[in-house]
Design a protein around this ligand. Structure first.
Ligand code: UD1
Length: 374
C-alpha cells in the first residue's frame, strides 16, 4: 500500500537519493529541507525530484516540522549539520540542528496526534571514535585517540593502552563502547540515543543507521567540510595533488550512497530492525592512499599524492564496519568499490568548474590557524 513518507534533509546528498527511490517505489513523499547555504550555495539543486512535495524550512522550525509531518507514516530523519571540524568551533549550531532538531521531532511524536509507524534516523560511525582492535597479548581492546606524544613522534599505528603493542584493527560492531571525539559525533550520539529511547518508551518502531564513510554523486564538493573522496576529487580535477594526512595507511569503510539508500528502505520494511542501531558499511577497509591513487587514475591525471605526515586533530586511525547485524536482516552492499568510485568520478567530471573549486588550501590554513593540525 502507498505510504506517506517524510524525508528531512531530502534535498541533500543521502536524502535526495532516498527521495528518488521512494518516489520510484510509488510512495507519497514530503521533503523538509533548509537548503543549507554551505552545501547548496544559494542554488536550487537540479536533481530535486518533481515527484515529491517540498517544504523549505529548518528542522528546528517546529511549526514547519509539524506541517511537514501531517499524515506521514514513515519518517527518515536525514537533516543534519555535517562538518566534523567545523562542529568544534560552532558548538551551539551543531547541537541545535542535530540534537535539538531531533528533540523537536520527538516532542511532536510524543505530544501531538500523528500516524508515524516508523522512524529511521541517520546516525554515524563517528560516534565510535576509534574502531575495535585486537592486541596479540591482551585480546580485544577499545582504545581512545592516540596519545599526543605518539602522534608528535609520527608513530601512526594505534598501540595497546595496557601493554603498548601495535594493534590489529577488527571490524567494529554495534556493541563497541561509544567514544565520540567531536561535537558533531556527540550530537549524532545524542540524536541516536534520544530517538531510540523515545521510540521504545512510546512503542514507535525506531531504527538508527550508523552510516560509515559515504561517497557518490551529489556529494557536496566545494564544501570544505566534506569527506575525503570529495576533497581529493576537487584537488585532482584542478590538477593539484591530493594531500594525505599521516602516512596514508589509515583506513575507513567507504560505502556507496546507493547502498545507504538500500539500507534505509530495508529499515523501513523490516520489523527486525526496530529499536536497533545498525552499522551500514561494506565490511571492507580501504586505505586513504588507495583512495587517492584510484581517483587519480580514474580522472586520468598524472599526479602523485602528497603525503603530508601531519595529523589532523581528532582523526581516528582505523574504523570499518562489522555488518553482521544488518546482513541478518537481508542487507548486502551491491556497489563494488571500483564501480562506485568510477560513478563518482564520472559525475564529478560533469560538474561545472565553479562547483569543483579546490578549497583545500584555504581549509588547511584555517585548521592551522586554529591549531587543529600537528
Ligand atoms: C568523519 C566522521 C564521519 C563523517 C565524515 C564526513 C569521525 C570519526 N568521522 O569521518 O562521521 O561522515 O567525517 O564528514 O569523526 N584525509 C586526508 N586528506 C584530506 C582529507 C582527509 O588524508 O584532504 C584523511 C583524514 O585524515 C582521515 C580520512 O582521510 O584519515 C577520512 O577523512 P574524512 O573523509 O574527513 O572522514 P572521517 O574523518 O573518517
Amino acid at each position: 500500500m502507498r505510504k506517506k513518507v517524510l524525508v528531512t534533509g531530502g534535498a541533500g546528498f543521502v536524502g535526495s537519493h532516498l527521495v528518488d527511490a521512494l518516489v520510484r517505489d510509488g510512495e507519497e513523499v514530503v521533503v523538509l529541507d533548509n537548503l543549507e547555504y554551505q552545501v547548496h550555495e544559494g542554488r536550487l539543486p537540479g536533481y530535486l525530484n518533481p515527484g515529491a512535495r517540498y517544504v523549505f524550512a529548518d528542522v528546528t522550525d517546529g511549526e514547519a516540522l509539524e506541517r511537514a509531518l501531517e499524515g506521514c507514516e514513515v519518517v527518515f530523519h536525514e537533516a543534519a549539520a555535517v562538518g566534523v571540524g567545523q562542529s568544534m568551533y560552532q558548538v551551539e549550531k551543531y547541537m541545535r540542528v542535530n540534537a535539538i532538531g531531533t528533540a523537536k521531532l520527538l516532542d511532536l511524536l510524543v505530544n501531538r496526534e500523528h500516524e508515524v509507524e516508523k522512524l529511521v534516523v541517520a546516525s554515524s560511525m563517528s560516534i565510535y571514535g576509534e574502531g575495535k582492535y585486537e592486541c596479540a597479548d591482551c585480546g580485544v581492546v577499545y582504545p581512545r585517540l592516540r596519545p599526543r606524544e605518539q602522534l608528535a613522534a609520527r608513530d601512526w599505528e594505534v598501540r595497546c593502552p595496557t601493554c603498548g603493542l601495535a594493534l590489529k584493527p577488527l571490524p567494529t560492531d554495534e556493541g563497541k563502547p561509544l567514544f565520540p571525539t567531536s561535537i558533531y559525533a556527540m550530537s549524532k550520539r545524542d540524536q541516536e540515543e534520544m530517538s531510540l529511547a523515545i521510540g521504545k518508551a512510546y512503542g514507535i518502531p525506531t531504527v538508527a543507521l550508523r552510516y560509515f564513510n559515504i561517497y557518490g554523486p551529489r556529494q557536496a564538493l566545494s564544501n570544505p567540510y566534506t569527506g575525503v573522496c570529495a576533497i581529493f576529487s576537487c584537488r585532482i580535477r584542478n590538477d593539484n595533488p591530493p594531500v594525505i594526512f599521516e602516512d596514508g595507511l589509515q583506513s575507513r569503510d567507504f560505502v556507496s550512497v546507493h547502498d545507504i539508500v538500500r539500507a534505509n528502505l530495508l529499515a523501513m520494511e523490516s520489523s527486525g530492525a526496530d529499536y536497533k542501531a545498525l552499522n551500514v558499511g561494506t565490511g571492507r577497509p580501504t586505505s586513504i592512499r588507495e583512495i587517492a591513487e584510484v581517483l587519480i587514475r580514474l580522472y586520468g591525471k598524472r599526479l602523485e599524492p602528497e603525503v603530508s605526515n601531519k595529523y589532523r586533530e581528532g582523526d581516528i586511525r582505523h574504523c570499518y564496519a562489522d555488518i553482521t547485524a544488518i546482513s541478518a536482516l537481508g542487507f548486502a552492499p551491491q556497489v563494488a568499490f571500483e564501480e562506485g568510485m568510477q560513478e563518482l568520478a564520472e559525475w564529478v567530471g560533469l560538474q561545472p568548474e565553479c562547483q569543483v573549486a579546490d578549497r583545500f588550501e584555504k581549509a588547511q590554513r584555517e585548521l592551522e590557524r586554529r591549531k587543529l593540525t600537528l
